[in-house]
Design a protein around this ligand. Structure first.
Ligand SMILES: Nc1ncnc2c1ncn2[C@@H]1O[C@H](COP(=O)(O)OP(=O)(O)OP(=O)(O)O)[C@@H](O)[C@H]1O
Ligand SMILES: [Mg+2]
Length: 1108
């Protein structure tokens, strides 16, 4: 829904001065102050915008604000410069009316800022597109260029525009900008050569010196130091908050955007540099012989550099500074210049050079920004011109400026009244004459062609003979004496004779905005604006295209003896053109006010503002605006705004808006003389009436607000309650669901339990039944089995009985038959024949058996286990006995073939078997090895001859054994020779007897159960042999050695049997110590050898590889 707002909403003071009640200067100022204190810098007087300079940046120019004011009616929102810009732009675009925006105010009041705000607003709301954006950018960027060359720091404003500017922005039918034209008015060129205290020259000089690169400065033959230039004031060269270097870059960039060529920029800078150089040219007097004074240039260096920059021949310029040539018809007269004249000429040249350069810049910018199409344009003009100036010391410039403002006021009055009148006619309201002050009379005083002040001035300037400012004042005193707005001490009008506030060399004009006193000094000079022809000719001769262009009058081919038009004349002409231009357009006014002299925010200097309000004629504005009706509004918004004041129009009026308003006014009993009904608007005569309506509206709005609040609260509570109820239902539903779910879960789990118990019970019951059934079945089966068993057994018994019976029958039958046969055949057989047959049969069987046995006898090898199978059961015992007998027989047979030695060998083997079988693991491997006894062939081997001789007895065995060293377990080879009496150990190599142990000293032999060949010979304690201790030996023929030793013991009668101890751990007496020899099974290492290690004093460990 679109929210209708109004200027009247939330007003601080009154937003429109027309509504001020009561209207007086004080209330006007009070309202301005109130608004200013609340940062409301804009106030309306009807459609005029008063703008107070806030001297601080306010957040009211944002893109959001632009959007807010875009396409809104002027009185819809609080006063703003955007509202005016929008109104102007929309009437231009939609109603095809050319617009002009007139911005006035004193220096520093914010005119230039206002003009920029208007331009930026229009740029933001108008069409977009590449081409359009370029045009916009060029129009906006023309500002920095013109500001650099035309603005300067003054005591009133750090960025004061020293020229008047009027810019026409051209739009196409869609409202898109096409281009623009700038007009400039009266540049304050005197500033180029001299600046008042605390002020600066134009910005561009300082920007160039601080912002240009060293290179550029060198090319321009300039120094960065400001103090080197006479034309630049030093005391305020640096302005706080103004960055000249950065601004120089901005200006260069802007020039580029606007379309300046690089060489053009360079030319412009050269001219600026030339002006600075010009200021440094100084003159000294030189007396000539004819008694006249001449001037000479002091130091020609600056002149030289300037001439180089501009391409002028130095001598030409030097001459131009020394002579003045006056041409009259056919005569040419040259006079020398004295020092003062030379300085005058120098300054005139500088001023002209600069002001012409400025005009050229404007022309050049115009060239760039001019509309490209020739179609009809709509135009919006923005006039940023100096406002009324009333100083203590007012001169020609103030006169001209104030003249311009008079003209603007005139046009304002004219156009406002015209517009007012037109509106009345349009709306069908009777026009009553309005009383107001018409300043046409003042304009006439100044511009009248016959006896106007400007005409007098021109006349005086052109008049031959001595003319001075005083003669000009005299002339005015005569011509204007009768004028009611002209005041002069010496005028013919004697009433000012005693007015001491009016000095003799001054005249005073009563402007519409107040009285201004002008000092005539300099009027003539400034109006003449004289530049010696020699100088313009010298300039024309320059080899610099821009300079040449700027001084066309210096062209000798076009010598014009006519005087150039005076400054006053030119200005009057341009003002007149401007006025004509403005009259064709719809005016929009922005009146700028400067709140204080300190350039500071928040300070409202009442006296200063009162002064401005006066000379801007703002009270006059309000009065004119209020002369008829103070307020008007179209019927629709009026009805919309106040319809709540009447029951019939509230909340909806179905009929036409006007009728609704009529009903409303009648209902409110507003006196008929207080308002009038126009065609589309209601006109309210007095602001009181409007405020009465507003007050009633405010009260009504409060009631309505209460009502709305009441309904809203009711609605809110109801919605809240409904929401709560709905929520409660949802919560309850969820809770119930939850509770039911829980209950269900409980029941379900209970059911499951009950069910499981029931199922369990059923299952157990079923199990019991099944088990019972199974038992029954098993019982039945058992019974059946028993039954069948019984049956079967019974049957078996029966069958057996039957078989027995049958057999018995058969036997009986056989006996019977036999008996019968025997009885029958007894007579044929002898007695006892049966026994004989039986014996015979047995004999035959036996015969057959023995014969079969003989033929199948096994081999004669005692180890052959074969024996023929038994054939008859009854021969079982005999068969086994025969086998035994046969075996014994064949063994005897086998033995009977043995020789005595062989028999002894087998006896030994037999004995070995008795000793070792199943006791020592080494034994099985020895069975197949024959016991050789003399392995060394000791009796035959000559090596052992000596040893053989040393042993008396017959050697039973000769073999090499290892004697184990008791210290380290290592073996030493020894020849082992047992005889029937002793055991001899001899050195293997030498055959020398090492030890001889008589057999009686040998008590026992210890061996292990394992497959090693270790054996210990244990000696009788106390015997002679036992002194050295027992022997621990090892031999490959251990079984044979031990068996032989045992046999010797067995056969000897003189001593005890040698005991053989087989165990894996036994003690051996080594000298004094008993050492335990322990046999362990070890992993096969170093082949399959047995290793012996002395573990400690008491243990000797023999590691025997495990036999596979
Ligand atoms: N609307 C504004 N918001 C903030 N500051 C402003 C505004 N208007 C003006 N100013 C400040 O005031 C200074 C002077 O304004 P501006 O140059 O527009 O004055 P002017 O009326 O053009 O003066 P002159 O006649 O000397 O050219 C600006 O430099 C700026 O600092
Ligand atoms: Mg300005």
């Amino acid at each position: 829904m679109e929210v209708k707002t109004s200027l009247l909403d939330n007003m601080i003071g009154v937003g429109d001065m027309v509504l001020l009640e009561p209207l007086s200067e004080d209330s006007f100022l009070e309202n301005l102050k109130k608004r200013f204190d609340h940062s409301e810098i804009y106030t309306y007087i009807g459609s005029v915008v008063i703008s107070m300079n806030p001297y601080r940046s306010l957040p009211i120019y944002t893109p959001d604000k632009v959007e807010e004011y875009r396409n809104r009616n002027f009185y819809e929102l609080s006063p703003h410069i955007y509202a005016l810009a929008d109104e102007a732009y929309r009437s231009l675009r939609d109603q095809d009316k050319d617009q002009c925006i007139l911005i006035t105010g004193e220096s520093g009041a914010g005119k230039t800022e206002a003009s920029k705000l208007v331009m930026s607003y229009v740029a933001a709301v108008c069409g977009k597109g590449q081409e359009v954006n370029k045009v916009k950018e060029q129009l906006l960027q023309s500002n920095p260029v013109l500001e650099a060359f035309g603005n300067a720091k003054t005591v009133r404003n750090d960025n004061s525009s020293r020229f008047g500017k009027y810019m026409d922005i051209e739009f196409d039918f869609k409202g898109d900008p096409l281009g623009g034209v700038i007009s400039n008015y009266l540049l304050e060129k005197s500033r180029v050569v001299k600046q008042p205290r605390g002020e600066r020259n134009f910005h561009v000089f300082y920007q160039l010196l601080s912002g240009a690169s060293d290179d550029t400065l060198k090319k321009l033959r300039l120094h960065r130091d400001v103090s080197k230039y006479n034309y630049l004031s030093l005391d305020s060269a640096v302005v706080s908050g103004l960055d000249d270097a950065a601004n120089f870059r901005t200006v260069r960039n802007a020039m580029q955007i606007v379309g300046f060529m690089e060489d053009e920029v360079q030319s412009v800078l050269q001219l600026v540099a030339a002006v600075l150089k010009l200021g440094n040219i100084e003159f000294k007097p030189e007396s000539r012989c004819n008694g006249t004074d001449e001037s000479r240039i002091k130091d020609k260096n600056d002149l030289k550099e300037m001439c180089e920059l501009l391409g002028i021949e130095q001598s030409v310029l030097e001459r131009a500074f020394s002579y003045r040539t006056v041409e009259a018809k056919l005569e040419k007269v040259s006079t020398t210049l004295n020092v003062a004249q030379a300085y005058y000429a120098r300054d005139a040249l500088a001023k002209n050079l600069y002001s012409r350069l400025f005009t050229w810049l404007v022309t050049r910018i115009n060239e760039s920004i001019k509309a490209q199409t020739k179609t009809r344009h709509k135009v919006m003009g923005v006039l940023d011109i100096y406002g009324f100036e009333i100083f203590e010391d007012n001169s020609f410039e103030q006169f001209i400026i104030n003249y311009c403002n008079e003209k603007l006021q005139q046009i304002f009055i004219e156009l406002t009244l015209r517009e007012e009148q037109e509106e009345y006619v349009r709306e069908g309201i009777e026009w009553t004459n309005i009383e107001y002050f018409n300043n046409a009379v003042i304009c006439d005083l100044i511009e009248n062609n016959k006896n106007g002040i400007l005409a007098m001035l021109d006349e005086e300037c052109l008049r031959p003979g001595t003319v001075t400012d005083e003669t000009f004042l005299d002339k005015l005193n005569t011509v204007c004496a009768e004028h009611q707005h002209f005041e002069s001490r010496l005028s013919k009008n004697s009433k000012f004779l005693t007015d001491h506030s009016l000095p003799h060399n001054c005249f005073r004009i009563q402007h519409y905005a107040g009285k201004v006193l002008y000092r005539v000094e300099g009027f003539m000079d400034k109006n003449n604006d004289l530049l010696y022809r020699d100088l313009s000719q010298a300039m024309y001769k320059a080899n610099h295209s821009l300079i040449k262009q700027l001084f066309p009058e210096g062209n000798p081919a076009k010598v014009n003896l006519k005087r150039p038009p005076t400054a006053g004349f030119q200005f009057r002409a341009s003002v007149s053109t401007l006025m004509k231009n403005l009259q064709t357009k719809n005016p929009n006014y922005i009146r700028c006010i400067k709140p204080n002299d300190k350039k500071a925010p928040h300070i409202f200097t009442e006296s200063l503002i009162r002064h401005q309000v006066r000379y801007l004629g703002l009270m006059e504005n309000v009065r004119v605006r209020r002369a008829g009706y103070a307020f008007r509004q179209t019927y629709e918004p009026c009805l919309e705004r106040y319809k709540m004041l009447c029951k019939r129009t509230w909340p909806h009026w179905r009929g036409r808006a006007r009728e609704g308003v009529e009903v409303l006014m009648a209902d409110l009993q507003v006196p008929a003389e207080e308002f009038s009904y126009g065609r589309s608007k209601i006109f309210i005569r007095n602001p009181r009436t409007l405020f009465f309506l507003e007050e009633r509206r405010r009260q009504c709005l409060q009631d309505l607000a209460t009502l709305i609040q009441k309904i809203y609260r009711g609605w809110k509570c109801r919605s809240h309650f409904l929401l709560l109820k709905k929520s409660q239902i949802v919560v309850a539903a969820w809770y119930r669901r939850y509770a039911q779910q829980k209950k269900y879960q409980r029941i379900k789990s209970a059911t499951t339990v009950v069910q499981s118990y029931a199922r369990g019970w059923q299952a157990r019951k079923l199990l019991r039944e099944l088990k019972y059934q199974k038992r029954c079945e098993e019982a039945a089966t058992t019974i059946a089995a028993y039954w069948h068993g019984t049956q079967a057994r019974r049957e078996l018994r029966r069958l057996k009985e039957e078989a027995r019976r049958k057999h018995a029958v058969a036997v009986i039958w056989a006996y019977w038959q036999g008996l019968k046969v025997r009885r029958e055949y007894r007579k044929f057989f002898r007695a006892h024949a049966g026994k004989k047959i039986y014996d015979f049969t047995i004999q035959r069987i036996m015969q057959k058996y023995f014969l079969g046995l003989r033929n199948n006898l096994p081999s004669m090898s005692p180890i052959d286990k074969n024996w023929p199978a038994r054939t008859y059961l009854f021969l079982d015992g005999a068969h086994a006995e025969l086998r035994r007998i046969f075996h014994l027989w064949r063994c005897k047979k086998y033995r009977s073939q043995f020789t005595e030695e062989r028999k002894a060998v087998y006896e030994e083997k037999l004995e070995a078997s008795e000793i070792f079988k199943d006791k020592k693991a080494l034994y099985p491997s020895s069975v197949s090895q024959p016991f050789k006894g003399d392995y060394l062939e000791i009796s035959k081997n000559p090596k052992y001859q000596k040893l053989n001789n040393a042993v008396d007895e017959k050697v039973l065995l000769a073999d090499v054994v290892n004697k184990i060293n008791r210290a380290n377990g290592k073996g030493t080879a020894r020849i082992f020779l047992p005889t029937k009496k002793s055991v001899v150990l001899a050195d293997q190599k030498t055959g020398q007897v090492k030890a001889s142990v008589p057999l009686p000293d040998l008590t026992s032999v210890s061996v292990s159960t394992q497959s090693d060949g270790f054996f210990a010979l244990k000696l009788k304690e106390g015997s002679a042999s036992a002194v050295k201790g027992d022997f621990l030996l090892s031999s490959e023929h251990l079984i044979e050695i031990i068996t032989k030793l045992h046999r010797i013991g067995a056969t000897a009668t003189d001593r005890e049997q040698l005991s053989i101890d087989i165990s894996d751990e036994f003690l051996v007496q080594f000298k004094q110590d008993k050492v335990c020899v322990k046999f362990v099974q070890g992993a096969p290492k170093n082949g399959n050898s047995v290793s012996c290690k002395r573990k400690n004093n008491r243990l000797l460990e023999v590691s025997v590889p495990a036999t596979a």
